[in-house]
Each structure stands twice: as structure tokens, then as C-alpha cells.
Write a protein that binds this ligand. Structure first.
Ligand code: GSH
Length: 210
């Protein structure tokens, strides 16, 4: 298998973090999004959707959603478990993972894509229709990102990890979102100490820098 990724981009980072937690090394190839390499014929021949991360299996099968890639890896390499062992734990971890993605990632991405000069005519990712930036969407995304961060801090006041007592994929998504939020200058406030403490603990994991 081969993972197509871009070192700085948040979604590929989630998958690299996940693989590193599993202790796995997968062949990787970099695809540069700002220069449009993900939209060039060579990459579209692999994934016509033009997005990263993209995992290509040896038989040519392509999987291009971060969590779907992680689900596949978890199936092949169940330990250390990052996505749950029984129905309730699986559901709880998925709930928190989705909350991080929908409440955090989407707002941050909207803020970034609707304001970064490099994406002036590329407010949609991949081969989705080319679209101009909408400043109101950037402003709304910033509000969503700040609200999500406050909710995350509240969650971490009551729980050591995002989905409960142990480290899971929900922490990976949340951590990458907190890092991604810096791109739009959204950071934890001084009062959000639970979030800051959790962030330092996650950052100290060797896999966090994968
Ligand atoms: N829901 C997808 C999102 C994938 C995505 O949007 N990835 C970005 C990089 S973080 C991308 O490929 N952007 C391509 C572009 O901007 O043209 C996932 O979770 O993997």
C-alpha cells in the first residue's frame, strides 16, 4: 500500500499520527496541494476526487477519507486499539471523533479556505467546483472554531482524554484540529487550562510529530 499525503495538511496528518501510534511504516508519496499537484492528471488518475490523504492498496483500491483509512488500518492491526473494542466503546469514540470533525475541523477549514490567499479561487477542496472565497463563511468558521475549543476545554475538565479514560482516534482528530486552528489564529485562551494540559500531553507522544 501507499499513502499519498502532504506533510503540513491536517487530514493527512491525522492518518500519519494514527499509523505512528500503531507503530506502522507505510510507503508515502508527497503531493503538493498549494501548487495544484493534487489536481494534475497524474494524481487524478489515482484519485479522481483529488484529495489527501489517499491510501492506495496493492490491488489499486483507493480509500480517501481519513477515518475510513484509519478504520482499515485498525482492522488490519487491532492493537494498540484506537477505535473501540465493544459496541458502546466504539459508539462513544465515534461520537467524540465526529464531534471533533464536524464541530471543530469543518469550522476551521471554512475559516482557512475562505481567507487564505493561496486558495483564492479554491474555496472547495479537490475537484469540487472551483469557488470564490466568501468572507462571511470565514467569519462564521472562526466563531464555530472558538465555540468548539471552549466545548473541548469543558470536556477535558471532566475527562483525561477526549473520548474517556484512554487515548483514541478522537484525541488525534482533536489535536490536529487544535494545531490547524493556529493557521487561522484561533488558540486556546489562558482560561482554557484543561485544554492546554491535554494538548501538552498529546504533543509529547512521539507519534504526534509523525
Ligand atoms: N473528509 C476528508 C477531507 C479531505 C481533505 O479535504 N483534504 C484536504 C487536505 S487537508 C485536501 O485534500 N485538499 C485538497 C485541495 O485543497 O484541493 C478526510 O477526512 O480525509
Amino acid at each position: 500500500m501507499k499513502l499519498y499525503h502532504m506533510p503540513a495538511a491536517p487530514n493527512p496528518r491525522r492518518v500519519r499520527f494514527f499509523l505512528a501510534e500503531k507503530g506502522l511504516q507505510v510507503p508515502m508519496e508527497e503531493v503538493d496541494i498549494p501548487s495544484g499537484a493534487n489536481l494534475a492528471p497524474a494524481f487524478l488518475a489515482i484519485n479522481p476526487r483529488g484529495v489527501l490523504p489517499t491510501l492506495q492498496l496493492d490491488d489499486g483500491t483507493v480509500i480517501d477519507e481519513s477515518v475510513a483509512i484509519c478504520r482499515y488500518i485498525e482492522g488490519l492491526h487491532p492493537e494498540p486499539n484506537l477505535m473501540g473494542r465493544d459496541p458502546l466503546e466504539c459508539a462513544t469514540i465515534e461520537m467524540w471523533q465526529r464531534r471533533m470533525e464536524f464541530d471543530g475541523m469543518l469550522g476551521i477549514a471554512a475559516a482557512f479556505r475562505n481567507s487564505a490567499p493561496a486558495f483564492a479561487e479554491r474555496a472547495n477542496p479537490g475537484t469540487a467546483p472551483r469557488a470564490a472565497q466568501i468572507p462571511e463563511l470565514a467569519a462564521r468558521g472562526l466563531e464555530q472554531a472558538r465555540h468548539w475549543m471552549a466545548q473541548l476545554d469543558r470536556r477535558l475538565q471532566e475527562s483525561p482524554y477526549v473520548a474517556g479514560a484512554r487515548f483514541t482516534i478522537a484525541d488525534i482528530t482533536a489535536f490536529v484540529c487544535v494545531e490547524f486552528a493556529k493557521w487561522v489564529r484561533v488558540r486556546a485562551t489562558e482560561e482554557q487550562r484543561a485544554l492546554a494540559g491535554w494538548h501538552a500531553r498529546i504533543a509529547s507522544r512521539p507519534a504526534a510529530s509523525a
